[in-house]
Design a protein around this ligand. Structure first.
Ligand code: AHM
Ligand code: MG
Length: 344
């Protein structure tokens, strides 16, 4: 406790006490992840003062330009988590192959996947960015892990979370027992429980999509967005609001706080390039899906539940439709109706 307030460490320790056979390994791992996020938060916060803005001049495995902070925050995550002996290996959006724990360091039973700085194109314009992570149990040999060990369905995640570097820095976590939010108290350097038992409001009148891709969308997405835009005079009978921050962490956080739906669907332009979607299953879609479902929402590709997908590749991409339950269900119905009409 901290002046009657619950710190994130205390919260995790108390949660783990209810789990039979918990050895303290997981608590300790999560502490290292939290430390990494605090370090990244500090750098994001100081921005130009510490020379971390701008492009790195390199590309990641997906052929995307890397920002300086993409590389720095990736290194911070590796350094914070490679020494304590809780992990068998790590995988990141910014690295082509899995990261092996250096020779001489102890190894453990968990795997860590992360997107160290999601929405990093927002860094240079001082808009919210975040870190997304997921913890899996290693299924194979802890001493000699392979890429295949990471290819687990999302429903097998042990823990998922994100840090949001916004007006305040927040950490939102699930270990499969609801979703809790913590705010970083900069004065004492601790995350404090400020948002217990987060639940996504069921009713919503807000949607989020990059509308500049509108001409490439599939019919079900076009129909859904058209109906929202028709407002009170249209089939939905109410006006909708729209947001697009281009920062998934900020977008998901808004949905947790006041409801809504977030869509990054597959479109004709992606299909022509042989892409399955924009967002990555292991580093973005699965952890966010775990959080959304634990907060009472739904997360799908439009066609199937994201956490049921058996990954075939470390950097696999998927379409993402997540948020308030009734809206995601409506989009699933539109996809099913479209598929039926297409088959006849
Ligand atoms: P990143 O991991 O390279 O930052 O890309 C993921 C981000 C998401 O945070 C966001 O939802 C999306 O890309 C925005 O894409 P776009 O610029 O096409 O709107
Ligand atoms: Mg990302």
């Amino acid at each position: 406790m901290q002046n009657g307030r619950t710190t994130i460490t205390q919260f995790i320790i108390e949660e783990q006490r209810h789990i039979a056979g918990a050895s303290g390994d997981f608590t300790s791992l999560l502490n290292d992840v939290v430390t990494a996020c605090k370090v990244i938060s500090d750098m994001v916060n100081h921005g130009a003062l510490v020379g971390v803005l701008g492009a790195a001049g390199t590309e990641n495995i997906q052929g995307e330009d890397q920002k300086k902070m993409d590389i720095i925050s990736n290194d911070v995550f590796l350094e914070s988590n490679e020494w304590a002996g809780h992990l068998a290996a790590m995988a990141s959006e910014e690295m082509e192959d899995i990261y092996h724990i250096p020779e001489g360091n102890p190894r453990g039973k968990y795997l860590l996947t992360f997107d160290p700085l999601d929405g990093s194109s927002n860094m240079d314009v001082n808009v919210s960015v975040g870190t997304i992570f997921s913890i899996l149990r290693s299924q194979g040999d802890c001493t000699n892990p392979t890429k295949e060990d990471f290819l687990q369905v999302g429903s097998d995640q042990v823990c998922a979370g994100y840090a949001l570097y916004g007006p305040s820095t927040m950490m939102v976590l699930t270990t499969g027992n609801g979703v809790n939010g913590f705010t970083l108290d900069q004065n004492i350097g601790e995350f404090i429980l400020t948002h217990p038992d987060m639940i996504i409001p069921a009713e919503t009148q807000e949607f989020a999509i990059n509308a500049s891709n509108g001409r490439h969308w599939e019919e079900p997405i076009k129909r859904y967005v058209d109906e929202c835009l028709s407002g009170a005079e249209g089939p939905r009978g109410k006006d909708f609001n729209m947001r697009w921050i281009a920062s998934m962490v900020a977008e998901v956080h808004r949905i947790l706080m006041r409801g809504g739906i977030f869509m990054y669907p597959i479109d004709e332009k992606m299909k022509a390039k042989g892409l399955q979607g924009k967002l990555r299953l292991l580093y973005e879609a699965n952890p966010m899906s775990f959080i959304i479902e634990q907060a009472g929402g739904l997360s799908t590709t439009g066609r199937e539940r994201i956490m049921d997908i058996k990954p075939t590749d470390l950097h696999q991409r998927v379409p993402v439709v997540l948020g308030s339950k009734s809206e995601v269900e409506r989009l699933t119905v539109y996809h099913n109706e479209f598929a039926k009409a297409d088959a006849t």
